[in-house]
Design a protein around this ligand. Structure first.
Ligand code: NZQ
Ligand code: ZN
Length: 388
């Protein structure tokens, strides 16, 4: 049965080959000072930086830059961004990049005026902001996280060996996001498939929970089928616009809060993956891929019916003459074969995790309670061991 909920997504999207023109519509709504936030330089190589700067200038903006946002943005960098935004008296933060850049921009936006340590407030206590928030707009160049249309912001604190995401409310969602699938064509294959798995995992985190009949589960099966199909095409031909545009759109729907409404969710793969990243700084989607199979096999006995439904409806497993458990396990085998085929990393050793790190990773893993089994320390240890 659907639980009670309210639903509102305030982010305006511009999608397609001409999406960047949307900046001309949005920029006049904000003051003159724009903090342009970006990563390690890919946007300078592929020409997106020049296009964005030209539009900012044509709209009479004062441009202040905050470059060098790293994948898995850090609390240290956040403090730097807060200072830059203050100095610029930023009226708008324009994030041009992937999830890391968008997440970071949101973290800066709620921290500039918060008057206390933002790590403690937002990432330990999970408070909502009570101060003025600087509006954020995004030009997306890497697909996967859904950050373009949600309130998620994930920050890594290396000193504390923690990577923590705060899912902020509507006030922190980007005001607008520009989604041009062509902007993702220059992504290295490693990043592309990592993003594809991030999308799949977001859907599964919301799918593998609950036993009720829920509209969201049917929507998610459709999203998964589209994603698998488009991923197969994009891996063969990364500049296939049809496939890349479908992947981009699926990513947004996978985590723009819609499919979670009225249902319970899991999120344990992300908790495990984030703990691995806190110790290795590995690429987000790959950390998820590397722990997924051991996790799903561990919880399958507690949610067999849903895993069997997944096998049939998403992976086309033939159910005739098989037990529910056989069907469920076959679904995971097919999924595992597909993951290997598209080039995902299937163990955490390849991401730099070692046996010696294991206890630390167990300690860094937050336990969520919406999945088919609430994990204890032994469960987490066993899953991570099987992921090595
Ligand atoms: O830094 P540059 O030089 O731009 O290079 C980036 C980066 O190295 C590169 N890249 C991006 N667009 C490119 C490109 N290279 C060539 N051509 C392009 N068009 O790709 C690399 C990865 O970028 P990043 O932004 O780190 O990737 P992603 O979008 O996967 O974001 C990962 C971060 O988002 C968080 C993750 O934990 C991680 O910190 N997440 C955010 C979520 C949310 N907001 O809801 C949910 C997710 O589960 C996730 O946790
Ligand atoms: Zn994710």
């Amino acid at each position: 049965m659907l639980g009670n909920f309210t639903y509102c997504n305030p982010t305006k999207l511009y999608f397609g080959k001409d999406a960047l023109d949307g900046l001309n519509v949005e920029l006049p709504k904000y003051g003159k000072n724009v903090l342009l936030v970006y990563g390690g330089g890919s946007i300078k190589k592929n020409g997106i930086y020049d296009k964005v700067v030209a539009i900012l200038k044509a709209n009479g903006k004062n441009i202040f830059e905050d470059a060098g946002v790293m994948p898995n943005p850090t609390f240290k960098k956040l403090n730097e961004g807060i200072e830059r935004a203050k100095k610029a008296k930023a009226d708008l933060i324009l994030a041009v990049g992937g999830g890391s850049v968008c997440d970071y921009a949101k973290a800066v936006s709620v921290s500039v005026n918060c008057g206390e340590n933002p790590w403690k407030k937002y990432f330990i206590r999970f408070d909502e902001p009570t101060c003025d928030i600087i509006p954020v707009g995004c030009v997306l160049t890497m697909v996967g996280t859904g950050s373009e249309m949600n309130g998620g912001s994930v920050i890594t604190n290396h000193a504390q060996k923690l990577k923590i995401g705060h899912v902020f409310g509507e006030s922190v969602f980007p005001k607008f996001s520009i989604l041009n699938p062509e902007f993702t064509f220059t992504l290295p294959k490693y990043q592309m498939v990592s993003g594809i798995y991030d999308i799949m995992c977001h859907i599964l985190e919301q799918y593998f929970s609950g036993t009720d009949d829920n509209t969201s589960d049917y929507i998610m099966e459709g999203l998964l089928r589209s994603l698998i199909h488009s991923a197969n095409v994009a891996v063969e031909n990364p500049t296939d616009y049809e496939a890349r545009s479908n992947i981009m759109w699926t990513a947004t729907w996978a985590l723009n809060t819609l499919v979670a409404k009225g249902k319970t969710t899991d999120w344990m793969v992300h908790m495990l993956g984030q703990a691995v990243a806190a110790h290795t700084d590995a690429t987000h989607g790959m950390t998820l891929a590397a722990v997924s199979m051991p996790y799903y096999r561990h919880i399958l006995p507690y949610g067999t019916a849903k895993f069997a439904r997944y096998a049939v409806n998403v992976w086309n497993v033939k159910p005739e003459g098989k037990t529910e458990s056989q069907i469920a396990n076959e679904g995971l085998e097919v999924m595992e074969g597909w993951m290997k085929k598209i080039g995902l990393v299937m163990n955490i050793s390849e991401l730099g995790a070692t046996e010696e790190m294991l206890e630390g990773i167990v300690k860094s893993t937050r336990v969520m309670t919406g999945g088919y089994k609430i994990l204890n320390k032994q469960d987490i240890r066993a899953i991570l061991k099987a992921s090595l």
